[in-house]
Design a protein around this ligand. Structure first.
Ligand SMILES: NC(=O)c1ccc[n+]([C@@H]2O[C@H](COP(=O)([O-])OP(=O)(O)OC[C@H]3O[C@@H](n4cnc5c(N)ncnc54)[C@H](O)[C@@H]3O)[C@@H](O)[C@H]2O)c1
Ligand SMILES: [Zn+2]
Ligand SMILES: [Zn+2]
Length: 403
């Protein structure tokens, strides 16, 4: 079968690999009918999330049809259409039972202390082969995959695999409530859903910051007040829009590949921190392999975290869903302490939120496919990776059809 395989930083390939087989009683083999590329995959290719094992199949977002089940899978049958959550949980440990599927004690082959197990990630997360392939082995298939009704299309369901639950979770981490003014940092696919999730959870206003005009336009169409950090000073604008107070809640949907302003009034202040940012970048990404303008590590790893703390009101709260590796040790602790902030972060417990978000999609309360901008075929998946990496205008989220 065909699969997207990680060979090294800046080096991914569409390879022919053996079909997966059932290994454990609770495994299922799923034929993938749609997969997607995520900002998380880009961290692995840019080298800002290290520890990938050569030969790992990438991808943690997919929809498919169950083709085979182990004897421990009693809830699914061959032919069932399912959405696969990105993170894997056993369903029976105390963490899974409390809804912390991303901190399952049993799913990660590296042991309970290793934490989150997910498809297509670094050694510390399994590794478990990912979902950008024709077929996938799904561990704990009796718990993870969620059955899909016919009326929910693949294009809608694929966004339930990771990014809509993650955005919803980010708003829960930030404690978004009735009437709140919420700031979303990052207008990628996750940021787009964070805008929608914030309104669904009661936000009065949603502000969004990015440096890519087409993504800001997309967020504006979802009702957000857009701020471009390459043309305005985002800290000053947020203060001005909130009567000098700052926002109540921040959802940080940028992560380690954060960029600093390159033009406009904020560029100079960011430039003054260039040396410190460069130090952070070499800490998180000692191994980099950019080609021209592609797969370039972000040049300001802690920029979004700094802005989150600066832009939130006193006693406000921040939810960090942008991904950071253990090597990043800089966070503006003192500033956050002195404002009495609450800060929560983590990997999404997808399975906890997926059924209720599927219900919202099914009833038509939201059409997640409004975030999709492209449908690409498997043979062109590497081009899709590069275009998404460069954040080209009009390219926010691509779904990959099988080969
Ligand atoms: N916690 C989780 O479980 C989880 C799940 C999925 C994705 N993620 C993470 O969420 C983040 C976003 O994912 P995505 O798919 O939307 O990725 P993406 O790369 O498409 O989006 C990131 C966006 O941030 C913007 N950006 C860069 N620097 C910025 C800055 N200083 N301020 C504001 N915006 C800035 C970029 O222009 C881009 O539009 C990634 O870090 C991804 O790994 C986390
Ligand atoms: Zn993802
Ligand atoms: Zn568990």
């Amino acid at each position: 079968m065909k699969a997207v395989v990680w060979h090294g930083v800046g080096d991914i390939r569409l390879d022919d690999v053996p079909d997966p087989t059932i290994q454990d009683p609770t495994d299922a083999i799923v034929e993938i009918t749609a997969s997607a590329i995520c900002g998380t995959d880009l961290h692995f290719v840019r080298g800002t999330m290290s520890g990938m094992v050569e030969g790992t199949i990438l991808g943690h977002e997919a929809v498919g049809i169950v083709r085979e089940t182990g004897p421990g899978v009693r809830n699914l049958r061959s032919g069932d259409r399912v959405v696969i959550p990105s993170t894997i949980g056993c369903g029976y440990c105390s963490y899974c039972r409390a809804g912390y599927f991303a901190q399952c004690d049993n799913a990660n082959p590296n042991g309970a202390a290793a934490g989150t197990c997910f498809f297509g990630g670094p050694q510390t997360t399994g590794p478990v082969d990912g979902l950008q392939a024709d077929f996938a082995r799904v561990p704990f298939a009796n718990v993870g995959p969620v059955w899909l009704p016919d009326e929910v299309s693949d294009d809608a369901a694929i966004l339930l695999s990771d990014i809509y639950p993650t955005a919803w979770f980010g708003c829960r981490l930030a404690d978004v409530g009735q009437g709140d003014t919420v700031l979303v940092l990052g207008a990628g696919p996750v940021g787009q859903f964070a805008v929608t999730s914030a309104f669904q959870q009661g936000a009065g206003r949603v502000l969004i910051i990015d440096g890519v005009a087409s993504r800001l336009d997309q967020a504006r169409a979802r009702g957000a007040e857009a701020i471009d950090f390459n043309t305005e000073d985002p800290v000053a604008v947020v203060k001005e829009l909130t009567g000098g107070i700052g926002v109540d809640r921040v959802v940080e949907a940028v992560g380690v590949d954060a960029q600093r302003p390159k033009s406009g009034p904020a560029a100079e202040a960011a430039q003054q921190q260039a040396a410190a940012f460069e130090q952070e970048r070499s800490q998180v990404a000692p191994d980099q392999n950019p080609h021209g303008g592609t797969y370039v590590a972000g040049d300001a790893p802690s920029q979004a975290l700094q802005w989150a703390v600066e832009m939130v009101a006193k006693a406000g709260s921040i939810g960090v869903i942008g991904v950071y590796p253990p090597q990043l040790t800089s966070f503006p602790t003192g500033a956050a302490m002195n404002k009495n902030l609450s800060v929560k972060m983590g990997n999404c417990n997808h399975r906890r939120y997926l059924p209720r978000l599927l219900d919202l999609v099914r009833t038509g309360a939201i059409d997640p496919s409004t975030v999709l901008t492209q449908v690409e075929d498997m043979p062109t998946v590497l081009d899709a990776y590069e275009t998404f990496d460069r954040r080209e205008s009009g390219w926010t989220k691509a779904v990959i059809a099988p080969s």
